[in-house]
Design a protein around this ligand. Structure first.
Ligand SMILES: Cc1cc2nc3c(=O)[nH]c(=O)nc-3n(C[C@H](O)[C@H](O)[C@H](O)COP(=O)(O)OP(=O)(O)OC[C@H]3O[C@@H](n4cnc5c(N)ncnc54)[C@H](O)[C@@H]3O)c2cc1C
Length: 329
C-alpha cells in the first residue's frame, strides 16, 4: 500500500489496519506529527488517516446516553450545547485544551489514544465512568476508559484496533466539573487536572449524594480514579468534613513526578485542593444550586475574562462567548 491512506468508513479503516503491519492511525495529527518529527514513532510507518470517516465524528444523544465519536474535534465538544449543560466536565476540559487552532484539529480519540498522563479529556471521562468502543480485526468490543491506559503513552489496544467512540450515561440530578492547574495561562499541559461527577438524591445543597467519582490527571503514570470516594460520600450531604476527607483521599491517590510543572509534593497538595473544588461544583450542579456558567480556569478568572485576557495580548478570541455565560471569580 501507499504510505498514506484516507478510508471513508470504519470497516475500510479496520481492513487497512489489519492488512498493513505497522500502520498508524492519524486523526488530527497534533500529537502524531510532532512524535514523527521527534522520532518517537517510526517516521516511515504507513498512515491511516481517519479524518474523512463521517461515522467517527459527532455528538449524539440516545435518551440519557451520550455518544461522542472518536474523530470529534475538541472544539465541537467545547461548544456542544448538550455537553455544556449535561456533561460540563467534558466541555470544561475541552475549552482549556491547547489553543483554538489545536482544538479545531485535535480529536477526542487522539487525546485518549496518545495516553498522556496529563491529557485533559481523560479525567472527565473517568469521572463519568465512560466506556470506550473499539473496532478491530475481531469485531467490536467495549472497555471501561480506565482500562485503556497501561502507562505513559501506553494503551491496551491491540494491533489493528481503532477506537470509534465513547459512551457515557448522564442521568437526571447528576452534575460534573473539570478544573486544572497550569503554570502558564495558556498553551500549557495540566500540572494537575481534576474531574468530579455526582449523582444527587434531590435538589438543594442538603440533598444526599447517591453516587460520586473523582478522577485526577498528571499526578501518576496514568489518570487515576480516586478510591473510596463513594464510601466517603454516599448517603450524606456534602459537608466541609466530607470535602476534607475527599481532599485527603485525592492527595493520597497521587504518585506524581517532579518536573518543570511542579514538584511531586506540590502536585499532591494541588490534587487535593482541585479534587475538592471539582467535587463541590459538581455537587452544586447536581443539586441545582450552581448559579450557571463554567468552572473557573486556574481558579481565578471568569469565562468572560478568557476572551478579555486573550484580547489584551493581541490574540483574536474566536470562541463563542454566548455559549459560556456567567462569571466566577
Ligand atoms: C501546542 C499544543 C498544545 C497542546 N495542548 C494540550 C492540552 O492543553 N491538553 C491536552 O490534553 N493535550 C494537548 N495537546 C496534545 C494534543 O493536541 C491532544 O492530545 C489531541 O487531542 C490529540 O488528538 P489528535 O486527533 O491530534 O491525535 P493524533 O495526533 O492524530 O493521534 C494521537 C495518537 O492517537 C492515535 N489515535 C488517534 N485516533 C485514534 C483512534 N480513533 N483509534 C486508535 N488510535 C488513535 C494515533 O495513532 C496517535 O498515536 C497539545 C498539543 C499541541 C501541539
Amino acid at each position: 500500500m501507499s504510505a498514506y491512506q484516507r478510508p471513508a468508513s470504519v470497516a475500510e479503516a479496520v481492513a487497512i489496519l489489519r492488512d498493513t503491519p505497522g500502520a498508524i492511525v492519524l486523526a488530527g495529527g497534533t500529537d502524531l506529527v510532532i512524535d514523527r518529527r521527534l522520532g518517537r514513532v517510526d517516521p516511515d510507518a504507513p498512515l491511516v488517516d481517519v479524518s474523512a470517516i463521517d461515522e467517527l465524528a459527532g455528538v449524539r444523544w440516545d435518551g440519557d446516553v451520550l455518544h461522542v465519536g472518536a474523530a470529534t474535534a475538541i472544539s465541537d465538544i467545547e461548544r456542544d450545547p448538550g455537553i455544556i449543560s449535561r456533561a460540563p466536565a467534558l466541555s470544561e476540559a475541552a475549552r482549556v485544551l491547547g489553543s483554538v487552532q489545536i482544538r479545531n484539529m485535535a480529536t477526542l480519540g487522539g487525546n485518549l489514544c496518545n495516553a498522556s498522563p496529563a491529557a485533559d479529556m481523560t479525567p472527565p471521562l473517568l469521572a463519568h465512568d465512560a466506556v470506550v468502543v473499539v473496532y478491530g480485526p475481531d469485531g467490536v468490543r467495549e472497555q471501561a476508559v480506565i482500562s485503556l491506559f497501561t502507562g505513559p503513552r501506553g494503551t491496551s489496544l491491540a494491533a489493528g484496533e481503532l477506537v470509534v467512540g465513547t459512551r457515557l450515561r448522564i442521568p437526571a440530578r447528576s452534575g460534573s466539573c473539570y478544573v486544572r492547574q497550569t503554570v502558564r495561562w495558556a498553551m500549557d499541559l495540566a500540572g494537575v487536572g481534576a474531574a468530579a461527577w455526582v449523582l444527587a438524591g434531590g435538589a438543594g445543597s442538603d440533598a444526599p449524594i447517591e453516587a460520586a467519582r473523582v478522577a485526577l490527571g498528571a499526578v501518576a503514570p496514568t489518570a487515576v480514579l480516586v478510591p473510596g470516594v463513594d464510601h466517603l460520600l454516599v448517603g450524606h450531604p456534602l459537608s466541609a468534613e466530607r470535602l476534607a476527607a475527599v481532599r485527603e483521599a485525592a492527595s493520597a491517590a497521587c504518585a506524581p513526578i517532579s518536573d518543570v510543572r511542579g514538584t511531586a509534593e506540590y502536585r499532591r497538595h494541588v490534587a487535593g485542593v482541585l479534587a475538592a473544588r471539582a467535587l463541590s461544583i459538581a455537587h452544586a450542579r447536581a443539586t441545582g444550586v450552581w448559579p450557571g456558567g463554567p468552572a473557573p480556569v486556574n481558579g481565578r478568572i471568569s469565562s468572560a475574562g478568557v476572551g478579555q485576557h486573550r484580547a489584551h495580548r493581541g490574540q483574536r478570541d474566536t470562541t463563542d462567548a454566548s455559549a459560556r455565560p456567567g462569571t466566577l471569580a
